[in-house]
Design a protein around this ligand. Sequence first.
Ligand SMILES: [Zn+2]
Length: 90
Amino acid sequence: MPRRHSRRPTERPPARAGSSDHVEVRASGEWNVRPLAGSQREYTCPGCHRPVRPGVGHVLVWPVQKALLSAEAIDERRHWHTDCWRRGLS
Ligand SMILES: [Zn+2]
């Protein structure tokens, strides 16, 4: 029996198109992509190995299918420069 009414009221509705998460299919697999306006921290972009500066818009990417050795796919998330992601991995 479907349990369609089990959603918790505190759960936020999924973001809509425009600035929302989406899935991109690449040769390397399927990736969740979330555009971010900017972070507090600095990250290293896996595409160019340069820093993603705090406050700079970029994309957070993590695999749809988790790797065998990781507990959660979200643990494999990476911060990419938007341009590096667009031209990389394809
Ligand atoms: Zn980069």
